[in-house]
Write a protein that binds this ligand. Structure first.
Ligand SMILES: Cc1cc2nc3c(=O)[nH]c(=O)nc-3n(C[C@H](O)[C@H](O)[C@H](O)COP(=O)(O)OP(=O)(O)OC[C@H]3O[C@@H](n4cnc5c(N)ncnc54)[C@H](O)[C@@H]3O)c2cc1C
Length: 261
């Protein structure tokens, strides 16, 4: 885009959200000129599918998703999009025993949760029950309407759970939080976590592989294809990589100026 060039729509970020927005705008109003600006040298954002070596000699490789990867039929928007893009899914393999590392102890287990002491188990069940009950009170369309929203918004998930547990349940819950949010309970805002869980049908559904749960299915060939195929539908020339947006200014005439490198 030169200094003089004007486009109708600029979208910042070529992750699934930005590219899907561009794709939908193109469907609804094909006459509009759209530009997607992406800071990185690739599309996909927090989805990344990489070819990794699977043999010691390095001759064999396979495709692995390193970011977002699971879908389920209750996630209707992504399910519809996968159909539109003709991407197939397969069931997450979960037959047999699972493996966990808690308290630096590795164990194999056949139950839904690893073997822990009775106290840990009871504290975990109690904490999950308390969390699910808070989740059910969050209106996902307006989380600030939640009871005690200000308190929740000023605290972390770790703060929220602290009064319910005496440390013995912490490793199990921490492992669950790491799996769902990719960070520590101390790093995630309590209101965000509850809202996220509400949108996903509750904490249990977010962490299981059962039908309708968040880790039920994977995308054949990897999840980054969603973004790559969206780029094909939008048009490659509409997506500019290695273009970090640094500043957005709205002029008096209502137009927006985008400053990027
Ligand atoms: C390890 C991991 C596992 C996950 N597992 C799952 C899962 O199994 N199922 C699931 O549904 N979700 C999962 N998620 C979450 C899912 O990946 C994200 O919710 C989703 O990819 C977010 O898409 P997005 O387009 O909203 O944001 P992003 O993917 O973050 O895209 C934002 C894009 O904007 C770009 N950008 C940011 N600032 C600028 C700027 N100033 N200028 C230009 N570009 C900019 C970024 O580089 C990025 O490419 C997982 C996430 C992670 C990290």
């Amino acid at each position: 885009m030169t200094d003089e060039e004007i486009v109708d729509v600029i979208i910042v970020g070529a992750g699934i959200s930005g590219l899907y927005a561009a794709y939908r705008i193109r469907q609804i109003a094909p006459e509009l000129k759209i530009l997607v600006l992406e800071a990185k040298d690739r599309v996909g954002g927090r989805t990344l599918t990489a070819d990794l070596k699977t043999s010691h000699d390095g001759n064999e490789t396979d495709r692995f998703d390193l970011g977002g990867q699971w879908v389920t039929d209750t996630q209707e928007n992504i399910t519809t999009l996968l159909e539109e893009l003709q991407l197939e899914t397969y069931m997450q393999y979960h037959t047999g025993k699972s493996i966990s590392e808690l308290h630096r102890r590795v164990q194999k287990y056949g139950l839904p949760v690893p073997f822990v002491s009775l106290l840990s188990f009871l504290e975990t069940i109690y904490s999950v029950f308390r969390l699910e009950s808070l989740v059910s009170n969050v209106p996902p369309w307006n989380p600030m309407m939640t009871r005690n929203a200000d308190y929740l918004d000023q605290h972390t998930l770790a703060d929220l759970m602290k009064p319910w547990i005496r440390n013995s349940a912490t490793p199990l819950l921490t492992a669950a939080v790491r799996t769902v949010f990719g960070c520590e309970p101390e790093q995630v805002n309590a209101l965000f976590a509850l809202t996220y869980a509400q949108a996903g049908g509750g904490f249990m559904r977010l962490s299981l592989t059962d039908p309708g749960c968040a880790q039920e299915k994977k995308i054949k060939g990897g999840s980054q294809q969603v973004s790559q195929l969206l780029v094909e539908r939008i048009g490659k020339e509409q997506v500019r990589l290695e273009t970090p947006v640094q500043k957005i200014v709205q002029n008096d005439d209502g137009l927006y100026d985008f400053n990027f490198v």
